[in-house]
Design a protein around this ligand. Sequence first.
Ligand code: XUL
Length: 569
Amino acid sequence: MQDPLYIGFDLSTQQLKGLVVNSELKVVYLSKFDFDADSTGFPIKKGVITNEAEHEVYAPVALWLQALDSVLDDLKNQGLDFARVKGISGAGQQHGSVYWGQDAEQLLQDLDPRKTLESQLSGAFSHPYSPNWQDSSTQKECDEFDAFLGSADHLAQATGSKAHHRFTGPQILRFHRKHPEVYNRTSRISLVSSFLASLFLGRIAPLDISDVCGMNLWNIQQGTYDETLLSLCAGPSNTNDLKRKLGAVPSDGGINLGPITPYYTNRYGFSPNCAIIPATGDNPATILALPLRASDAMVSLGTSTTFLMSTPSYKPTPATHFFNHPTTPGLYMFMLCYKNGGLAREHIRDAINTSLTTTDKSTWTAFDTATLQTPPLNQPTDSDPMKLGLFFPRPEIVPNLRAGQWRFDYHAAEGRLQETDAAANPTDEARAIVESQLLSLRLRSRGLTTSPGPGIPAQPRRVYLVGGGSKNKAIAKVAGEILGGSDGVYKLEIGDNACALGAAYKAVWALERKEGQTFEDLIGQRWREEDFVEKIADGYQKGVFERYGVAVEGFEKMELQVLEQEGAR
Ligand code: XUL
């Protein structure tokens, strides 16, 4: 038999991707199906359907079946020898739920290899749509979730997050109220990740130990569903019935759920021994795209900013998220999900370019120069105030504030803040906005880092930058100054394949690990760092890191003051 192969699928909002790696973690095949461009028969835009009147966003589940048929056909056409595939895992957009009908398991078991999944399973669902993470129809349910254990803080302590519109518990509660008949006819509820695994397993797969934390239903420290929250979510119907619909959750993210169902061996030539490994959420899968060590941080600088960290600490607050780590017991995934990010930086870039009458409006040269020429906190001398600000072209959730801009002078010696005029010169704002975004990350992650050595302050070991903004060396430099990174700031070059890679690596680890061997250890031994990362900036710099430590205090005060002013607290 030739060397084994592993498939990681990424079922995201706008596409399905199938990525095949070998035991050395090298990518050998890749196939993509773009929902808008490649599907037929679904009235979707960017992969979803929107009902603006009710703030609903959802995706047709049959679309995903069509996509999987197509990706498997394409991999076959590319020459993949499916008999070599030893394991399959996946990454799913988080929080989305799939509602299976009464005969779902039978349909999954009886799949005819001569026919497509779409033609056989489109009728397997009690509800043909999956509520999407962009849905915001559940304000009422979120208020109930936040109140049910006493406060949003208590909910965050129990489940790792306060209530969010997209989280599956509030979504199920609303679904239940809106479609009581359909809810009753629903045999099982999957997350997008476990839906994907179910298709390969030929029966409903359990929820994943990390992805289950995106529901507001799983009590992370108890390692069980939270009975109180289940009773809220089940409403007038039976809590046990809801528990049965959701199913048990294995604690091992690398568990072998069982062999692939015969449909795939007959239709594509998979080995009957090919193992199905739990698929996880796309964010947990992202931290598996490299051997991220505890205390390493990943910053995704896209349209929005996402911050991910692997940490042994569990310190939830209403502004942050904690999930079980997808592979490693005793570790957690810490996540910050901002609404703002790239757009705020682009506004200032455009303003600077306009004032310079630069012809190419999208060039970052002037923005970078301005960032690098401005002293930290635009503070020429120690006696000058630190310039701080908040820049939100869109309403923000971290913290919960309307769209707007606020600027302050912080007189650190007296701990005094003074609001200033908006009419700042755009070139002064370039550094301010980058600093503002990074100070917010440092403020919220500072309790999770540890000191890397005697006399060195607590900070991440490495900071990995991904996404569009990671190309920008000026941002990387400021990231190192503010966040530190005892080993530096790195750019992670895995394009947009992070989730699919992480899923494929999860399958490699699950099936090749020695007794007790962690994901970080196995993948760490095989990962050729030089192929994937480039050090792009220094991390910790004595003096400047400590100065930003003072600024973080001012930043925290500023946020509180703005929240008070806006009546948002
Ligand atoms: C995370 C979240 C998004 C989706 C995107 O909480 O809602 O990142 O997972 O697919």
